[in-house]
Design a protein around this ligand. Structure first.
Ligand code: NCD
Length: 323
C-alpha cells in the first residue's frame, strides 16, 4: 500500500508532532482512527507494510528510554522505513558539538523524520525550527510526551469505546510528569473529566487552568473513576524532598489490592512505565486483571505508526508542492 492510499479519516495538517496541547478533537480522532486501522490491518502489528519505503527515520535520544525508543524504531520498520539510531553518550555531542549542529549533520544524511527525546523542555521545538525534517517529540523534560498521551487514550478507547464522559484520574507526580500534561490536553479535548491526584507538593498550584480537578485523597475519588493512570515519581527531575518517605507515598497514593476492591468493578489501571513495583502500584495490581500496562506497550506501536504516517504524508505533500 502506498503512503497516499492510507485511509485518513479527518483533518491533520501538522508538519511536526510536538505536543497534544494545540491539537483539536478532530485531529486527535484522525490519529486514533489510523492507529485502529494499523491495529487491525497489520494483524496486531505482525505484518510488515511498505508505506514508508524510501524514507529515513532518525531516533535522537538524549535521555534514557526503553519502550518509547524501541516502539518508534519498530513502528518505522514495520512501515518499511530505514531507521538510524543516535545516542547522545556515543556521539560527537560528548566532543562539544552543539545540539543543532548534531541535528543538522544528521539531517544532511537525508533524514525525513526525527524522533527526539531530551531532558530540556522545548528541545524538539528548537529542532523543528531549525530542520526541514518532520519532528516527533518523544518526551521533552517535564513538558509533553504526545505519543504516550495518545497511546494511553487509545488504550482506554479500545476498552470502553469512548472517551467523552469518562472520569480519568492521573495519580502521582503531576509536577514533573510530561505524561500527565499530554494526557490532560488530549483527554480534556476529547471530553473526559480529568482529576489529578497526589501529594500537594507534586501538584502545580495553577493546574486547574488546564481544565482538571484536583484531589489530595485517592480514596475519596476512587469510587467515581473509570480509569487510573499511575504516574511514576520522577526522582531524577526532583530537586529536594517532596514527601517524607516512599512508604508513606505508597500508603497514600499507591494502588493496591485493597483499593482495587473498593473501586469500580471494571476500573482500568494504566501506568506508562517504567513501573516501581511497591511504590505506584503493588505487583498484585500490576499483574492483575485490571492492569492494561502491557496493552499500552502494544498499542504504542500502532499510535507511533499512525503518527509517522501522518507526518510523512505532510512531508510528501510539501515536497510535491515545491516541485
Ligand atoms: C515515561 C517517560 O519517559 O516520560 N515513560 C515512557 O515514555 N514510557 C514515564 C516515566 O519515565 O515515568
Amino acid at each position: 500500500m502506498l503512503l497516499s492510499e492510507i485511509p485518513v479519516s479527518g483533518p491533520w495538517g501538522e508538519r511536526h508532532l510536538l505536543g497534544l496541547e494545540h491539537l483539536s478533537a478532530d485531529q486527535l480522532h484522525t490519529v486514533l482512527d489510523l492507529a485502529r486501522h494499523y491495529d487491525t490491518a497489520t494483524n496486531g502489528g505482525s505484518q510488515r507494510l511498505d508505506v514508508l519505503k524510501g524514507l529515513v527515520v532518525a531516533n535522537l535520544f538524549f535521555e534514557n528510554s526503553t519502550r518509547t525508543r524501541t516502539s518508534f524504531s519498530l513502528a518505522a520498520r514495520r512501515l518499511g522505513a530505514d531507521t538510524v539510531d543516535f545516542t547522545a553518550s556515543t556521539s560527537s555531542l560528548s566532543k562539544g558539538e552543539t545540539f543543532i549542529d548534531t541535528a543538522q549533520t544528521i539531517e544532511a544524511m537525508g533524514i525525513d523524520l526525527v524522533v527526539c527525546r531530551h531532558r530540556s523542555p522545548g528541545a524538539p521545538h528548537l529542532l523543528a525550527r531549525n530542520l526541514k525534517a518532520g519532528v516527533l517529540n518523544a518526551g521533552d523534560g517535564t513538558h509533553e510526551h504526545p505519543t504516550q498521551g495518545l497511546l494511553d487514550i487509545y488504550t482506554i478507547l479500545k476498552e470502553r469505546g469512548r472517551i467523552a464522559g469518562l472520569t480519568v484520574a492521573l495519580v502521582g507526580d503531576i509536577r514533573h510528569s510530561r505524561v500527565a500534561r499530554s494526557n490532560i490536553h488530549g483527554l480534556i479535548a476529547l471530553g473526559a473529566r480529568v482529576i489529578v491526584c497526589g501529594p500537594a507538593t507534586l501538584i502545580p498550584s495553577d493546574i486547574t487552568r488546564l481544565g482538571v480537578e484536583v484531589a489530595f485523597n485517592l480514596d475519596e475519588i476512587l469510587p467515581e473513576v473509570d480509569c487510573v493512570n499511575l504516574l511514576r515519581v520522577q526522582f531524577e527531575r526532583q530537586r529536594g524532598a517532596f514527601f517524607p518517605s516512599i512508604s508513606e507515598y505508597a500508603h497514600l497514593f499507591g494502588m493496591n489490592g485493597d483499593r482495587i476492591r473498593r473501586a469500580r468493578e471494571n476500573l482500568l489501571v494504566l501506568a506508562p512505565g517504567p513501573i516501581n513495583r511497591g511504590v505506584e502500584l503493588t505487583p498484585e495490581v500490576a499483574d492483575g486483571p485490571h492492569s492494561l500496562i502491557l496493552n499500552q506497550v502494544t498499542n504504542g506501536l500502532f499510535i507511533r505508526m499512525a503518527c509517522l504516517t501522518l507526518l510523512a504524508q505532510e512531508r510528501r505533500k510539501e515536497q510535491e508542492a515545491r516541485r
